[in-house]
Design a binder for this molecule. Structure first.
Ligand SMILES: Cc1cc2nc3c(=O)[nH]c(=O)nc-3n(C[C@H](O)[C@H](O)[C@H](O)COP(=O)(O)O)c2cc1C
Length: 179
């Protein structure tokens, strides 16, 4: 079984990257695990033309299909996303918008294989859990339209930089043990 862990932050070596590293290490006990970062890929914003509603394909050609191929190869997908202005980072939102050819609300639409399980780890600097819950809801919504079953979410508050992840390592490992 394959697991894919996605760093949904544009920062390749920050707090989210550290969470991805810990999660991937734990998931490797059970799964063939691959990590990617949203910033590894080059893609444009959705233009909202809705051509994909008729063709199931985007008019733009860039790296988006590469990310979907990584998702298609995985049985388990874990998105780790920081709060940027109380929601997912713009890079990741731009990616979700570009997944409209795969969205199940219109026919025809592209499809990744069914039966996948999705998970979310959300983090933020501030103290309250509401922003983490918002991020989990956003990604759960995204999973739903790709027919990925959202099976769990973890929110981590009080994290700005990488060293603040270390005291939360046990929480991350305990969450990943249940995946
Ligand atoms: C542009 C930007 C916006 C942010 N907005 C929020 C916010 O609204 N609430 C919050 O609690 N933290 C916010 N943060 C802090 C991040 O959630 C936190 O630093 C996180 O650890 C960043 O992870 P990263 O460095 O891996 O991207 C923001 C950080 C940035 C860079």
């Amino acid at each position: 079984m394959n697991a894919l862990v996605i760093n949904c932050s544009p920062v390749r070596n920050g707090a989210t990257a550290e969470i991805v590293r810990i999660a991937a290490e734990q998931l490797s006990v059970q799964y063939q695990t691959k990590t990617i970062c949203i910033d590894d890929y080059r893609f444009s914003f959705c233009k909202g033309c809705r051509r994909c509603h008729e063709t199931a394909e985007c008019v733009q050609q860039d790296d988006i299909p590469m990310i979907l191929r990584e998702m298609d190869a995985a049985d388990v997908i874990l998105c780790a996303a920081p709060s940027y202005w109380a929601d997912i980072p713009g890079h990741f939102k731009a990616f979700i918008d570009r997944c409209t050819p795969w969205c199940n609300t219109h026919t025809p639409h592209a499809k990744i294989k069914s039966g996948k399980r999705g998970y979310v780890i959300a983090l933020r600097t501030g103290p309250g859990m509401h922003e983490c819950e918002q991020i989990i809801r956003t990604i759960e919504h995204f999973y739903g339209h790709l027919e990925i079953a959202c099976c769990g979410g973890l929110g981590l508050t009080g994290i700005e930089y990488k060293p603040q992840v270390t005291p939360r390592k046990d929480d991350i490992i305990a969450f990943c043990e249940k995946i």
